[in-house]
Design a protein around this ligand. Structure first.
Ligand code: GDD
Ligand code: MG
Length: 370
């Protein structure tokens, strides 16, 4: 079985984390998100995957190669210009045969793909759309069905007054290849505003497959943090790569942890990380590889990528640090703050309330404090 993953978007909403790293490559618990996704597909019986990218194809190839390291066959196909979600699949149509899974590349889910495939086959469906309930459908594609799960209406980014259900397009489809005859070649064309409304008109069987599986679109900073917390507290099926050295404390290689440091799981610690005396690492927290956590620092709910240096008595709560930052002593970072890469902060700064700091920012002592 083959799959196409749509990974063309710029990840604008996740800046500054996506300033230097394409959205599908940003780490999820110290592993590029796309790599986790590919392994999940492989483990569910999908062993040939096409990545439909718009830019940075070389970055994808450099990290993932031809897929053999992951035990699968991988094609990275770059569009000549953005083709839209359906246009991107049309562009790789020559690689498809038989029903194909299509995934939005920014969704974290533990959906049972084999159950969805069985449903698709049983209904002799042409297009099957996975659905998930959400509180606010306005940011998504609303899908209305009849009692037999036949899709009756598809409304992308509905206005509040048009909301009739809490079920939305969860961004996983199974599509029979002949349906792509409706997609115009070499053009920008979307599933959501183009193909699905057309299929509703042609009357080809299109079904919704609702599920209560874990589901989040990781495309926003707060959801990026939430996904980490959900994985660590066990809300989603997830295979941790490290060794569990204490109750829900996973170590991915070697680390140096001072005996007086306090580590309260769920915590993941990257290879080569050092935790100094009196530091407190409280889960759910992820420390990347080669991080240095200074004496008496206090971390809780934090996500750190690789190579961060955290000074003495720094506080980090519910925040994300990209790669290679240096955080001066007694700095306080909390409330969904997002720090890019390679920043250097002097002592006693205070960064709160969702503040976003762009890569390479240098702050002197108490430059931001109130
Ligand atoms: N190759 C390629 N080319 N990929 C694209 C393009 C393109 O032109 N445009 C978007 N994508 C990819 C994005 O990278 C992302 O993985 C996926 O398609 C969906 O695009 P988003 O920009 O993230 O859309 P959204 O989140 O606003 O809405 C979509 O996802 C929701 C679920 O998360 C829609 O499919 C909604 O209906 C759905 O509810
Ligand atoms: Mg999205």
């Amino acid at each position: 079985m083959k799959a196409v993953i749509l990974v063309g978007g710029l990840g604008t909403r996740l800046r500054p984390l996506t300033c230097n790293t394409p959205k599908p490559m940003i780490p999820l618990v110290n592993q590029p998100f796309i790599e986790w996704m590919l392994l999940r597909l492989r483990d569910q019986g999908i062993n040939e995957v096409i990545l439909a990218v718009q830019y940075l194809a070389d970055r994808f190839r450099a990290t993932l190669g031809d897929g053999s390291r992951l035990g699968m066959k991988l094609h990275v196909v770059e569009e000549p210009e953005p083709r839209g979600t359906a246009g991107a699949v049309k562009n790789v149509e020559h690689l498809l045969d038989g029903p194909t899974f299509i995934f939005n590349g920014d969704v974290m889910t533990d959906l049972d793909l084999q159950a969805m495939l069985a449903f698709h086959r049983e209904r002799q469906s042409k297009v099957t759309i996975s659905l998930t309930p959400v509180e606010d459908p306005t940011q998504f594609g609303l899908v209305e069905m009849d009692t037999n799960n036949h899709v009756k209406r598809f409304l992308e980014k509905p206005r509040v007054e048009d909301i009739t259900t809490n079920l939305i397009n969860a961004g996983t489809y199974i599509i029979e290849p002949d349906v792509f005859r409706y997609v115009p070649p070499n053009q920008f064309y979307m599933f959501e505003r183009g193909l699905f409304p057309v299929v509703l008109q042609t009357g080809d069987p299109m079904y919704g497959f609702p599920s209560r599986a874990y589901w989040t679109d990781i495309g926003k900073p707060q959801t990026y943090i939430d996904v980490h917390h959900d994985i660590l507290i066990g809300k989603v099926k997830y295979g941790f790569r490290g060794t569990e050295i204490a109750n829900r404390v996973w170590l991915e290689g070697d680390a140096t942890i001072h005996p007086s440091a306090q580590i309260v799981g769920p915590v993941v610690i990257g290879d080569g990380t050092v935790v100094e005396r009196g530091a407190r690492i409280i889960g759910p927290t992820v420390l990347g590889a080669r991080c240095h956590i200074g004496p008496d620092a206090s971390l809780e709910g934090a996500v750190l990528w690789d190579d961060n240096t955290i000074g003495e008595a720094v506080t980090l709560r519910n925040s994300v640090l990209g790669r290679g930052n240096s955080i001066g002593p007694k700095t306080f970072i909390s409330d969904g703050a997002i720090i890019g890469d390679d920043c250097s902060f002097g002592p006693e700064n205070r960064l709160e309330r969702g503040i976003r700091i762009w890569p390479g920012t240098v702050l002197g002592e108490k430059a931001i404090s109130f």
